[in-house]
Design a protein around this ligand. Structure first.
Ligand code: SF4
Ligand code: SF4
Length: 174
């Protein structure tokens, strides 16, 4: 292609200041609209946009999104400069310490409350229409906002699903 660009990847912000729910939801709604627009434009140019593309890929191929976060899925270890072990690199407080790499004398249990908050384990998400593509966003964000879920991401993913189903419908009546 003319630009030489084949892939573009965005990431959603963590909003530590967003104790105000309206700021958080406004940002994620705007981010969803922006990313859908960018995905649509780039697709025309055969450029792959990662965030929306992976959700579309999951929907097309019936792949259940278990977790968007490696730490929540217990597939990630964070080691600090003292050798202390944690799940999430943003939440290395003493209560979340799993052990220390220099004094491991037993198998470390990587289970964390983040795992219980994943949509598949979270009663809040049981009847959600977007359960299969969600993955739960960022558990740390939900803790910052004292919520059972990452509310901004929840808003974002429902907007993605609405857009995708609308596109499918519009294509079906062409
Ligand atoms: S909980 Fe959030 S900040 Fe921590 S690793 Fe997962 S996505 Fe990143
Ligand atoms: S979109 Fe919201 S309610 Fe639905 S599974 Fe995700 S976090 Fe849960």
């Amino acid at each position: 292609m003319a630009s030489g660009v084949s892939d573009v990847s965005f990431n959603l912000l963590k909003l530590e200041y967003a104790q105000k729910k309206d700021i958080l939801l406004d940002y994620y709604q705007k981010a969803a609209t922006f990313l859908i627009d960018v995905y649509t434009v780039l697709k025309r140019e055969n450029i792959h946009e990662n965030l929306i593309s992976r959700k579309v890929f999951g929907l097309i191929n019936n792949i259940f999104a278990f977790s968007d976060c490696a730490a929540s899925a217990m597939n990630q270890i964070t080691v600090d400069t003292n050798g202390d072990l944690y799940n999430c690199q943003c939440n290395m407080c003493s209560e979340r310490k799993l052990g220390n790499i220099f004094s491991l004398n037993k198998q470390v249990n990587f289970h964390d409350v983040m795992y219980d908050k994943l949509p598949i384990n979270n009663p809040y998400c049981n009847n959600c229409e977007a359960l299969s593509l969600c993955g739960g966003g960022c558990s740390y964000q939900s803790e910052l906002n004292s919520s059972e879920i990452d509310e901004g991401y929840c808003e974002y993913i429902k907007r993605i699903l609405e857009w995708y189903l609308t596109e499918l419908y519009l294509q079906s009546i062409k």
